[in-house]
Design a protein around this ligand. Structure first.
Ligand code: ATP
Ligand code: MG
Length: 260
């Protein structure tokens, strides 16, 4: 059985992409077959996994989504890049902005990404979708295609307040498009050990959302080492396996597997 997890938060820079890479590679290290889908026209996930110029790729998520919108056939394996650490990547580039526009008039416009995901699903144990920082049509497509949503939140007061809009969107998707979507959990990321934010944030999340959304026990510490992985084109496990950020992502991976 394959599980599709959307890594989602409309706030920018909360570690969606970093979490997609490290959870993805973490799952591979536990023996799982994993596809990560870059659903952001910035192409950060593709770059973080070593695609230097995503805009020059001929086949990527936008070209496949265009084919689906035009009702053309596509090969489910086309465009997938095999990364040295064992994960597969469906890359993305700036053309996704154009797809966003074409979707406005497309038939079943919320289900285009789901059509793609369903075509590759049988080959994987996990598919992670790295969402873009917006709640527009591409993100609605990501949520419609997903079995669950993992929400990285930066350990600070304001980002937590901003979660309301995201959660409202998820409930709307659940009501109208994808009744089975579940919350994988909230991941507290970029945590500065010198502040006592984590506890405050967890209390705040509980106050706002009750027990309905769980918070992962694992928290990702703030560290420049985490940021260096993108430039290196590899995960924290390859860059610095003994680093606390690697241990935190390893723990997160185990929690996700325990949800199976
Ligand atoms: P966007 O909304 O633009 O897609 P994002 O939510 O995907 O952003 P990332 O790109 O993963 O966020 O992270 C934002 C920046 O913070 C990047 O420069 C990344 O390298 C850095 N970063 C990620 N995780 C950590 C961490 N634990 N500690 C310090 N820096 C981090
Ligand atoms: Mg990103």
């Amino acid at each position: 059985m394959c599980k599709v997890i959307a890594i989602c938060n409309q706030k920018g820079g909360v570690s969606k992409t970093t979490t997609t890479v490290n959870l993805g590679v973490g799952l591979v290290r536990e023996g799982k077959k994993v596809l990560v889908i870059d659903a952001d026209p910035q192409g950060n996930l593709s770059q973080s996994l070593g695609v230097e110029k995503p805009d020059e790729l001929e086949i990527a998520l936008p070209s496949i989504m265009e084919k689906i919108i035009m009702d053309k056939d596509f090969d489910a394996t086309e465009g997938i890049i095999h990364h040295e650490e064992g994960i597969d990547l469906m890359p993305c580039n700036i053309d996704l902005s154009g797809v966003d526009v074409s979707l406005v008039n497309a038939m079943s416009r919320e289900f285009v990404l789901k059509t793609y995901v369903e075509s590759v699903r049988e080959h994987y144990d996990y598919i992670l979708i790295d969402c873009m920082p917006s709640l527009g049509m591409i993100t609605v497509n990501s949520l419609t295609a997903a079995d669950s949503v993992l929400i990285p939140v930066q350990a600070a007061y304001l980002p937590v307040k901003g979660l309301e809009q995201l959660i409202t969107t998820i409930f709307r998707v659940k009501k109208h498009l994808n009744p089975n979507i579940q919350f994988e959990g909230i991941l507290i990321s970029m945590l500065n050990a010198r502040t006592n934010y984590a506890k405050d944030i967890m209390d705040l999340i509980k106050d706002y959302y009750g027990e309905s959304i769980s918070i992962f026990q694992s928290r990702i510490p703030f560290s420049v080492r985490a940021a260096e992985t993108s430039a290196a084109g590899v995960s924290i496990f390859t860059l610095d396996k003994k680093h606390p950020v690697a241990s935190a992502y390893e723990e997160l991976t185990k929690e996700v597997i325990a949800h199976e």
